[in-house]
Design a protein around this ligand. Sequence first.
Ligand code: SF4
Length: 206
Amino acid sequence: MDFNELFIRLKKRFPDAGYSNPRDPFSVLISTIISQRTRDEQTHVAAQALLSAYPTARNLATAEIKDIEKLIKSAGFYHVKARKVREVSRIILKEYNGSIPDDYESLIRLPSVGQKTANCVLVFGFGKEAIPVDTHVHRISNRLGIIDTKTPEESEQALRKILPEKYWLDINHLFVQFGRNICRPIGPRCAKCPVFDLCSWEGRFK
Ligand code: SF4
């Protein structure tokens, strides 16, 4: 795969989708936990409401569960998620004095934090090179023929080996935009694809 060509073309099509400055790591962490098994729009509304009311781990650690639930009700599984975000806030307060750790090993030890969430915090919260693999990154990387994997976890490992580090910060945002608008899970718009000739997916001619 010619990564340079791939990223140039995707950035041209989605000029606002590349990586920008890091955001507050606590808000990245909490938003990513709320996003688990939930659509992006619902995640955004719920996370905004929660973080406006409780902007720090210290605030959220002492919040009432019923108050958290009320704020994140638009996200799915809000009973479970309310407990998760409070628990993780309490641990961050107790073990890290309220600051989010900036290394993978510490992040992955937190409850409700898996590979994707840890990598999201590293990239979007700290601007550190990592590869957050969600369903878009997993699907598109396989369709393009960059990797051949069965799960997002396998994809992360495979991409770490093959993708030059200079693309790590950009890949998630770019592929998410590309996946929502063109390389959709069902009914990909291959006829409008800017990287059609770079793709090895057999279904692209249908
Ligand atoms: Fe996705 Fe189709 Fe483009 Fe391949 S040609 S990357 S399957 S939209």
